[in-house]
Design a protein. Structure first.
Lengths: 378, 378
């Protein structure tokens, strides 16, 4: 048996229906059929993001989507405040630097999320800040930021709030319109449970006005072009047609389950996994843990590379290593995509068996029992 | 029956095997299995481009690939010479403008290709030109440029030759190393007969040296990052895994047929189609016709939108309208992808039946007979 069980925080497990949707005979994108498809995709994205704002679809990774947001929303003379709580926060700072976008950096200790109180201080101190960039779920540390509270600071000002929701949208509560988040970006291969290759963004009226007013250092990733085409259910450049078809199918399945129900499912799986790991002696890394994925510190005696290799080879279970300073120190387990109690129980079982084989001391079944307690809460 | 026959110049008809390759269970990209896949893909691209240069794969459209080339290769103080023979030449000029890359424009009458003689004049006149940008096959006019001859002008100088081979690579003769082309860009949905969503580029040593020496206004599309990752058969950002798997299958099929044989097949289909169209009173538009697609002027009395709609509705045959100044004046018929004599005969037959129904005067079967004469040449 060689099943692949992706508990990596992207790509994740995706429904067969979604894969097969991409294998239908290829149609052209300048047709009524494709325009209808894109129209429904846009509506589905609006549902996931909980917004009535236009939602664009870009052929590219989540990074492409975020770069597009930053370069499209950068105003001359206005800085970006980068909330940097890990590898991805750091990356958006690098994007600013590449394009000469002046920035202030709110550097956050790894494992913590961005705090509204601190963001308020930066905004009070420096009136030239024109956009706040927050990674809602920092994938490198599995920590969550105070997005809703930060939105309260920006929503009635001319400061834009740009959110990397790449491992957040479709996994943890996100109420774009109610909270007042200006640009929300995500990618296809995370909680939207599809193959990688697409980025999506929801864009508020306030952000649209800024986008229309600036001449961005951007062409392919200029949001202006996507917004213009979207009015005709079209794309400015040839879209990744088969992947968009997967999106359509995935969004249909998300709608059928219900977004709040998905948030509850993901939260339960996260709490069960955290309880299981703590019960077998693996400490949760983040002080502000996010529910879309879990990072746990591995015991000194357990080599992460061996642990991951064994999990893959014996059980088909893929988990991620840490990144940068966490490489070899944590494993990261996703709760996004087509996973439920059944899958998560299988993964925890595999983790227990592998750790036992590697000599880690704990009571076999303790993790599973702890997980069951959480799962039984209903 | 509702078969879709794509004679549009991208997306094109693609083999079922290629579609189905993308529907295999999703694997993670940071695995030996994926690295092996990418390694073979890179080798396959080298074969298509006829080069030993590194070939990168980017999640994005062909435009993304071209933008990456331009911004990655732009040197301070060195202009770009844009050979503008149609909509795509014009687009690369706009990309330069968006990023503040100074440019000279060699404006070419629509229907003609870029001529080496003229490029030589520009190069002699302006020593600050640092890169020449040539659209090998201009998709908007179906005209071909003198790429091989232009390469003779740049190959022994420090000027880079950047080629949009989006509707050329894998369709018409292209000998990257023998000719000395520095950057060759193409997209997945053209002659490489896959769904849209990927761009590829072959990058010469001369171009690599420039790329390493500049600080580009680019992040996601910076070639530097892709070259660095490619050394480990990796990608800097999450790759479009399922599409890369389609690439692998398509390249395997291209290798099996043989690239020279494909060039001959495409050329024969182009010549047959041109002969057929002329035989039924549709004049070939381009003075320098390319073989990857054909643009023909439609008779005054025939409305292009009605012609296209009828071809689709009755025969499932999709052809493209003209773009910009050619909109409503030509139809464009692709010879790229999974098409052969059988398919092309079907399309010409459908065109004849539709034109006859629309009242155009010609001898039924004249187009097919003319095509047969070319196809019989062997």
């Amino acid at each position: 048996m060689a099943k692949i069980r992706l508990f990596t925080p992207g790509p994740v497990m995706i429904p067969d229906e979604v894969l097969l949707a991409a294998a239908q005979p290829l149609e052209h994108h300048r047709t009524q059929a494709y325009q209808n498809l894109l129209k429904e995709v846009t509506a589905g994205l609006q549902y996931v993001f909980q917004t009535s704002n236009p939602c664009i679809t870009i052929a590219g990774s989540g990074t492409a989507g975020m770069e597009g947001a930053l370069v499209s929303c950068a105003r001359p003379g206005r800085k970006a405040l980068i909330c940097d709580a890990g590898k991805f926060g750091e990356r958006w700072g690098k994007v600013c630097d590449a394009f000469g976008i002046e920035r202030e950096t709110y550097k956050i200790q790894w494992g913590h999320g961005a705090k509204a109180e601190k963001v308020a201080e930066y905004l009070a101190k420096d009136k030239s800040i024109g956009m706040v960039v927050v990674v809602y779920s920092e994938t490198s540390t599995a920590a969550v930021s105070e997005l809703e509270q930060i939105a309260k600071l920006t929503r009635d000002t001319d400061v834009l709030l740009i959110t990397d929701a790449i491992t957040a949208a479709g996994a943890i509560p996100l109420k774009t319109d109610e909270w007042g988040v200006d640009v929300v970006v995500t990618g296809s291969q995370k909680a939207l449970m599809q193959p990688p290759g697409l980025a999506y963004a929801a864009i508020s009226k306030k952000a649209q006005d800024v986008i229309q007013s600036v001449k961005p250092k951007a062409f392919y990733l200029s949001y202006k072009a996507y917004l213009k085409s979207l009015a005709d259910n079209d794309a400015p450049y040839t879209p990744a047609i088969t992947l968009v078809r997967s999106t359509h199918k995935a969004l249909e399945m998300i709608k059928a389950e219900g977004i709040e129900k998905i948030w509850c499912r993901v939260s339960k799986l996260a709490r069960a996994t955290r309880a299981a790991c703590e019960a077998i002696g693996l400490k949760v890394y983040a002080q502000d843990p996010v529910d879309s994925l879990t990072a746990v510190l591995t015991p000194e005696a357990v080599k992460v590379s061996t642990l991951r290799k064994t999990l893959q080879a014996k059980y088909g279970v893929h988990v991620a290593d840490g990144q940068d300073e966490l490489k070899g120190k944590v494993i990261r387990i996703s709760h996004m995509g087509a996973v439920d109690e059944y899958e998560t129980t299988g993964a925890i079982g595999a983790l227990e068996l592998t750790l036992k084989e590697m000599g880690h001391q704990f009571k076999l079944g303790a993790g599973l029992s702890a997980a069951q307690e959480v799962m039984a809460e209903g």
